[in-house]
Write a protein that binds this ligand. Sequence first.
Ligand code: ZN
Length: 113
Amino acid sequence: MHEMSIAQSILRIVLAEAQRNGARKIKTVRIRAGELRGIVPSQLSFFFQFITKDTFAEGATLDFEIVPIKGKCKPCDNVFPVLNFEFICPNCASKDVDVVEGMELAVKEIEIE
Ligand SMILES: [Zn+2]
């Protein structure tokens, strides 16, 4: 139930934000999600719709921006895109790689009415 708990935390953030702005209806929620989070947008949207019933966010759509994985090689400091989950530096072939992008999960923007 990975997606369910994410949907719940998104809803918490969104409702708090709506209250601060005196919004009556939430139209769109833009999510920035790192590829490494392994989020399935259709599943997350499904749970979100389910739990937003009878809240300000009922009927709101989730918009996803998937952030590709980026790695940083520890030995040579090279920053490179990680494709197919292969954490190998293209510069020096080291496998000693840190993830610098692709782990984020955040509500980026909320469109209200
Ligand atoms: Zn390297």
